[in-house]
Design a protein around this ligand. Structure first.
Ligand SMILES: NC(=O)c1ccc[n+]([C@@H]2O[C@H](COP(=O)([O-])OP(=O)(O)OC[C@H]3O[C@@H](n4cnc5c(N)ncnc54)[C@H](O)[C@@H]3O)[C@@H](O)[C@H]2O)c1
Ligand SMILES: [Zn+2]
Length: 366
């Protein structure tokens, strides 16, 4: 078992990573549940496998559990489900000390965290992430939110949990494709700021199956949480260095948007491809050592992941790609903002990328 402390001025909390933690959930959460009840918010898929053990563990400590089961999928992060969730909780007389437990992937974590931040102007919440992406990314950093017809995550808040409990046992029921998508965010931490970590991943994780090794999983989750929490501690509200976490995301979001968020590309799959593109683009602009992009590409290829836009089930045009990039949040004063690389492990923010350069680069990529 590993414990990481996320240091934020008034909102510090622990991330605990290990095996079979859900069955002993009460041993970790006890001190945080102060009114004898807890709302466990989860989705139908996760509930099938992981709700009962969590509930049983809390009940063992005499805590009354109110499960709230939402549909699974990105579309759950909307106003309607938020209203349903808040109303369910309000019908049971919550207080500010009331605890919400988010049991699920990033979707459940984001909507529950947001609900916790606005219910009674703030109640308590604990994250129990059950996807690799949620363990290494969405449960760390305090961003919460929902989507609207105007775009993803446009309504939300910064709100920190009391505790994050990552039980790697839960990943055994997660489809391999979802695990690989989450893994892209793990590799991201190496690529954006830790060459040694990337090299370690490259030598240890030589096939998708290797990721499922308990020791490797614990290690990569720990390293990722430390990397993200260090960045977040330096920049809680995203004014500077936190932007590096968007490596690969400007390209990735364009690919996700182009495919209509219909499941043909998962977020992490877009990010993996986007990071390859970011390294290639950096080399194209003469800002990155030659040969780095190929290393990044080969790493994801070994795991069986797609690395080229041309492999996607839809033909992208340059106009379309550029159009989606302008719609992305990472546009400042009409200029395209990219996270680019000098080499693996060293990245920087470039706020004045020329559209003509981008178009020229994309000619050989789409
Ligand atoms: N808050 C942040 O900082 C942040 C960062 C990155 C991503 N996100 C958000 O996270 C969301 C994506 O998260 P995600 O990839 O975890 O998706 P998700 O929550 O939709 O989970 C993916 C799928 O896996 C299923 N699932 C989850 N855990 C399972 C398990 N253990 N066994 C079997 N099935 C399981 C879910 O039911 C769902 O169908 C997006 O909405 C994104 O915006 C937030
Ligand atoms: Zn991401």
């Amino acid at each position: 078992m590993k414990k990481i402390k996320v240091n934020l001025e008034q909102n510090s909390y622990d991330i605990i990573i290990g095996s079979n933690l859900i069955t002993k959930f009460n041993e970790f959460s006890g001190g945080f549940i102060k009114d004898g009840k807890a709302f466990v918010i989860t989705d139908v898929q996760v509930a099938k496998h992981h709700l009962e053990p969590l509930k049983a563990s809390l009940e063992k400590s005499g805590i009354k559990v109110f499960p709230i089961i939402l549909p699974n999928g990105e579309s759950t992060k909307n106003f309607e489900k938020l209203e349903f969730l808040l109303s369910e909780i309000l019908s049971h007389q919550p207080e500010r000390k009331t605890m919400l437990i988010a049991l699920g992937g990033g979707v459940i974590g984001d909507i529950t965290g947001f609900a916790a931040s606005i219910l009674l102007r703030g109640v308590q919440f604990i994250q129990v992430p059950t996807t690799l992406l949620a363990m290494v990314d969405s449960s760390v950093g305090g961003k919460t939110g929902i989507n609207t017809k105007f775009g993803k995550n446009l309504i939300g808040s910064f709100y920190q949990p009391k505790l994050v409990l990552a039980d790697i046992e839960t990943l055994k029921t997660l489809p391999e494709r979802e695990v690989l998508a989450g893994y892209a965010e793990v590799a991201k931490y190496g690529l954006l700021g830790d060459e040694k970590f990337f090299n370690e991943l490259d030598s240890k994780i030589t096939s998708a199956a290797k990721i499922f090794d308990d020791e490797i999983l614990t290690y990569i989750i720990e390293k990722s949480c430390i990397a993200k929490s260090e960045i977040v501690s330096q920049d809680e509200k995203e004014g500077g260095v936190r932007a590096l976490l968007n490596l690969g995301h400007t390209f990735g979001h364009a690919l996700e948007a182009g495919l209509g968020y219909d499941g043909r590309i998962l977020h992490g799959e877009g990010v993996a491809m986007g990071m390859v593109l970011a390294f290639k683009f950096s080399e194209f602009l003469g800002l990155c050592e030659k040969g780095e992009a190929v290393k990044v590409e080969n790493h994801f290829k070994k795991l069986g992941m797609k690395t080229s836009v041309k492999e996607l089930p839809k033909k992208f045009t340059i106009d379309e790609m550029v159009g989606y990039m302008y719609q992305d949040k990472k546009v400042a004063d009409g200029k395209l903002v990219f996270i680019l690389a000098k080499r693996i492990g060293e990245t920087f923010i470039k706020k004045d990328v020329l559209e003509t350069d981008l178009r020229e680069f994309l000619k050989s990529e789409v």
